[in-house]
Design a protein around this ligand. Sequence first.
Ligand SMILES: C[C@H](O)[C@H](O)CC(=O)C(=O)O
Ligand SMILES: [Mg+2]
Length: 394
Amino acid sequence: MGIPTIKHVRAFVLRGGGADYHDQADGHWIDDHIATPMSKYPQYRQSRRSFGINVLGTLVVEIEASDGTVGFAVTTGGEPAAYIVEKHLARFVEGARVTDIEKIWDQMYQSTLYYGRKGLVINTISGVDLALWDLLGKIRQEPVHQLLGGAVRDELQFYATGARPDLAQKMGFIGGKMPLHHGPAEGEEGLRKNLEALATMRERVGPDFWLMLDCWMSLDLNYATRLAVGAHEHGLKWIEEALPPDDYWGYAALRNNVPKGMLVTTGEHEATRWGFRMLLEMGCCDIIQPDVGWCGGLTELVKISALADAHNALVIPHGSSVYSYHFVATRHNSPFAEFLMMAPQADEVVPMFHPQLLGEPVPVQGRMRLSVLDQPGFGVALNPECQLHRPYHR
Ligand SMILES: C[C@H](O)[C@H](O)CC(=O)C(=O)O
Ligand SMILES: [Mg+2]
């Protein structure tokens, strides 16, 4: 039997949580006065939705093969990403063989270079790439981790990101990463409050539990250095995304400035092997955190990971649910994974992309057996209760 070809690509938009996990209702910890690059404007300080963090929504890419098999993936990007898929990228996918993943990636990337390279366009390319891997897995009746060369561990271990590391500890996670609430514009009082919040959490979780701070690109080098020095006595394991993603020079300096033993991490808003090459060659961080739905997809993440390995850096992907679980299972330099706590009060484990996927696995006692990933493709289905909207129907 010949290799099936790709008959049709469809791009849909979905609202309300899911892959666009910042698109949450009022009262969610993820939108509670978190420091951002916009915090210098008082009117955009209280809520990230106020400056539009959730304007895009979720992109769903569906790819149908000539034998009727359908692969799909979700990522952020919403309607503008749907436009790029239907009006531009579909031409490189439709008619290709389902195994042409590498060639399709190259054509998507090269053909969008004049307006792409990072951000929305690479999110979109990632969505198409993940849907292709899902399709191939379904056609071959193999989980994606097997297509990637096979798992190197039987179980994944998770740290939790959310407002309540103390509760995450009780749920069996190996560590907790909290959002930073105050940026440089909130002055000395803000810095004091940031350190007090960390000290309080350290008291609750005891000396050994990992605690990390996610600064979401909000700081400058001086503030980040002072925060890291102050946080050292509270046993901060890593300081994450302290600076804007383009400030490679600032990250390299921060890595020199932080107290011995504290790790510098970043990369969730970085993309492609070329972006990560900057981070790695300039010695910007100890751990890179590509998001498989944003960095170029799985095809690119494999390359980024090899580059990181050669620089002795760990790859701990940002969020991205099943798309990163299948990857992490296959890499020696990804010894644990992130779980984003999407319960509004971070007090229970709910699937990261809830409510968009059916069959989305979650950690139990902070762990996930490889066997729960042993389904064809990424092993999830679109929840039929979610209203798909296809704005650029062809
Ligand atoms: C909590 C952070 O501000 C952000 O929403 C998620 C993130 O950066 C992470 O999980 O890492
Ligand atoms: Mg982060």
